[in-house]
Design a protein around this ligand. Structure first.
Ligand code: GLA
Length: 526
């Protein structure tokens, strides 16, 4: 071999040695050349680095996705995790392909949310587990590589400067109707909404004042190429559904979020406010519940008014009268600015649950908010749980009475198609509804409290007033109050709003026995 002949091999090396030495040299060269790459890979782009998505299809054609945007530096893992609408920063991530741990954290108003995933690389998939609480069984996820940028938090659009949004002239009395969330959550669909509308139009509820049929979260489908909001498979034709509801003499409400995603992780209105308001108007929507949820990663609580104002403006601009319901759990004292951004009502609390404790913890805490309610703008202590099964009928009467005293929106949250006559009777108590809907729009307040008994009163039009005596205790209680303390004289006309009969003003005191968790509600007219 000519080339080889130019080299003089030391005699002591055999041909085999030469081959071995050559191969080791070659290996060294390859290794040396690779080290910087391997090093840089282990320092800045380990095999875990990249965008990973765990996608679980929903039956409605949408996908529930969790994104892991990871950067592996040796055994250190940084990056972010997005779980539906929650964007977590990885604060403590470590390990490698065989086993890694990701701890994520996000600010949520004044509190912090955390997630923790454990995982390993199997082939080209990440196999992960997570638990809500340490004592829970782990949830398993499989994530695959996703294109860069998919699932990323969109760029922040600066909030607009504040101005006062003109009142839309709606909700002169607290809105009444029905909302899908408490009973159906993600299981709401077109057929159910139609069924509920049929019943509400014919069972006496419509006559009692119930008007809005509100679809809560999980109707959204995503966007078309022009950015128009689409519905998912559960709602094939929203315009047709609105027409159907309108033909029943009822109105249709819908739900969205100022963030990129809703609470359930569906498409939000972020960056599409005017476009979505136009879409809603074109469909014939009459009511929008606008839920902060997905906006929390992009904006601080202090920026809420500006962000809510955006949709307030957009709804007005759409030209259709649409009741505007703010849902941000009462943060940043929303009652002080809700009306200025165009809100007709605003949630004052976190989500209600179908329990006595949840309902009363919310309802009895509304006293100080009374000055902020009035025609066109209402405090919203959340939707009714009446008929959902977690409370007794006595407790549901208390729920209905308390909400009426609070001039709260009356949005039934149960399955109207299957409720008992007793529940229908509670929901359609005309006397109690008349208190809720009184045109003065003055929210009731706590007048006095003695142990478990509270007396609330509410001024009504025509110099009348409503009085509710609540027994928050478990045991039956006999309550005796001087008529004078209730502002009742011998000339007053007093009506018991649950017994539907006149109460005689005799003697100097009113004496009544109230069951545990029960209420007596009176209307006093001059
Ligand atoms: C939040 C709201 C609820 C409901 C859900 C829907 O929790 O407070 O009323 O709208 O989102 O995801």
């Amino acid at each position: 071999m000519k080339l080889a002949g130019q080299f003089r091999l030391p005699q002591k090396f055999s041909r085999r040695d030469v081959l071995t030495r050559f191969l080791s040299f070659a290996l060294f060269v390859i290794t040396a050349a690779t080290i910087p790459l391997v090093n840089s890979a282990s320092q800045s782009s380990g095999v875990l680095t990249g965008n990973w998505a765990a996608k679980i299809p929903n039956a409605d054609g949408t996908v529930r996705a969790t994104y892991f945007n990871l950067k592996q530096d040796g055994s250190r893992i940084t990056g972010s995790i997005r779980v539906t609408q929650f964007y977590y920063l990885i604060t403590d991530g470590s390990g490698g392909p065989e086993s890694f741990v990701l701890n994520g954290s996000m600010r949520d108003g004044r509190s912090e949310r955390k997630v923790r995933y454990e995982g390993k690389l199997v082939g080209d998939e990440l196999h992960l587990t997570t638990r809500r609480r340490p004592e829970d069984r782990p949830t398993e996820l499989v994530a695959r590589r996703a294109p860069d940028g998919e699932g990323a938090l969109p760029a922040r659009i600066p909030p607009p400067t504040l101005h006062k949004v003109r009142y839309n002239g709606l909700a002169k009395t607290p809105p009444m109707g029905w909302n899908s969330w408490n009973k159906f959550a993600g299981r709401i669909d077109d057929a159910t909404v139609r069924g509920i509308a049929d019943v509400m139009a014919s069972n006496g509820m419509k006559d009692a004042g119930y008007l809005y049929i509100n679809i809560d979260d999980t109707w959204e489908g995503g966007r078309d190429a022009q950015g128009n909001m689409l519905t998912n498979k559960k709602f094939p034709d929203m315009k047709a559904l609105a027409d159907y509801v309108h033909r029943k003499g009822l109105k249709l409400g819908i739900y969205s979020s100022p963030g990129p995603n809703t609470c359930a992780g569906y498409e939000g209105s972020y960056g599409h406010e005017e476009q979505d308001a136009r879409t809603f108007a074109a469909w014939g929507i009459d009511y929008l519940k606008y839920d902060w949820c997905g906006a929390r990663t992009l904006y601080t609580d202090e920026e809420m008014p500006a962000i809510y104002q955006k949709m307030g403006d957009a709804l007005l601009k759409s030209g259709r009268p649409i009741v505007y319901s703010l849902c941000q759990y009462g943060r940043l004292d929303v009652w002080k600015w809700g009306a200025d951004v165009g809100g007709n009502l605003w949630r004052t609390t976190g989500d209600i649950r179908d329990t006595w404790d949840s309902m009363t913890n919310i309802g009895f805490k509304q006293n100080e908010l009374a000055p902020y309610a009035g025609p066109g703008h209402w405090n919203d202590p959340d939707m009714l749980e009446i008929g959902n099964g977690g409370m007794t009928d006595i407790e549901y009467k208390t729920h209905m009475s308390l909400w009426a005293m609070l001039a709260a929106p009356l949005l039934a949250g149960n399955d109207l198609r299957t409720m008992s006559p007793a529940i229908l009777e509670i929901l359609t108590n005309h006397d109690v509804i008349a208190v809720d809907q009184d045109r003065l729009g003055k929210q009731g307040t706590l007048q006095s409290k003695s142990g478990d008994q509270e007396i609330w009163s509410r001024s009504l039009s025509g110099d009348a007033k409503a009085i509710a005596i609540f027994n928050r205790g478990k045991e039956e209680a006999k309550v005796t109050v001087p008529w004078a303390d209730l502002g009742i004289t011998a000339k007053s006309k007093v009506r018991d709003l649950w017994l539907h009969k006149a109460v005689e003003v005799i003697g100097s005191e009113y004496s009544v026995t109230i069951p545990g968790h029960g209420v007596v509600m009176l209307r006093v007219s001059p």
